[in-house]
Design a protein around this ligand. Sequence first.
Ligand code: KG4
Ligand code: ZN
Length: 340
Amino acid sequence: MKILAIESSCDETAAAVVENGRKVLSSVIASQVSEHIIYGGVVPEIASRRHAEAISGVVGQALSQANLTLADIDAVAVTYGPGLIGALLVGVNYAKSLAYASGLPLIPVHHLRSHIAANYLCHEDLEPPFFCLVVSGGHSHLVKVNSYTDYEIIGKTRDDAAGEALDKAARSMGLPYPGGLNLDKIAKDGNPKAYRFPHPRVDGSPFDFSFSGLKTSVINTIHNAKQKGEEINIPDLGASFMNAVVDCLCSNTEKAAEQFGFHKIVLAGGVSANSVLRRRMNEICKKHGWSLYMPELSLCGDNAAMVGAQGYYEYLSGNTAELSLNAYAGLSIDESPRNK
Ligand code: KG4
Ligand code: ZN
């Protein structure tokens, strides 16, 4: 089964053709990073406009790179949430038009489910059940993936997502957007023990995260140093902060996997590209004898191939949508896509 997939939840306009949920026949990503860089973050209105301009060319390119036409496609999958509502609506409306014009089934795909499914594209042996840490710009979840379409949230952030905290801290250090990626780069030259940060815990919810205090702590460190006229070593500060964020992510994942008896751990989302997180999770899994699956770096960030992968499993579960499908800025991973 060949699925044409579309992703436009944030600042990448992407389309791909994926066969049977596992084989990428083409994948095209038009990034808007250069447009948003001067604002230090994604400007939603600009994102929507750029998606509208790019989508038809990106979809056309995905078909031509796969040497296919719409007549060869069996279904259209699209990210319908969560994300920036104006941005999502561009992809959803384009997918609906394609499905209407061609008579193909329309498959709604949850953004975080698709991030998890990125792993199916690079690990052919990976099948649920497994335990997953999903860390992106907007979300930080610990999830039991019971089947390809059945999820249970075990822990989540009470405030900022890990990526959001990394982005905001990077910005306060004067690093350009996208902050997480640039922080990862400069931290390679830094000493992770140079600055001490709190390791926040959420009372009564051992698997939840809280990153806003950590982020404020970085901002305060910078302000205090400025007021005293002291130099801040940015690589050291970046490395120390990143280390603190990764510590929280890893310790909750380890505790939860032990408690729930999972020996198969999966990382997903933009932050799963982080070099320290990948190394540390590797060490933890080795220590326990658990298997660890991480997306290839090219599949960590937003792309449409992962939407095609998850779309296949949603289709097999009967999760197709009517042409009345809407987009949702907020949407829980455990919510059924039916009747949307
Ligand atoms: O999944 P994603 O591409 O978009 C969302 O769904 O939000 O994740 C984007 C997030 C951003 O916060 C970005 O700074 C972060 O992923 N990110 C990284 C790295 N690459 C991207 N964070 C840490 N280290 C990286 N190497
Ligand atoms: Zn994402």
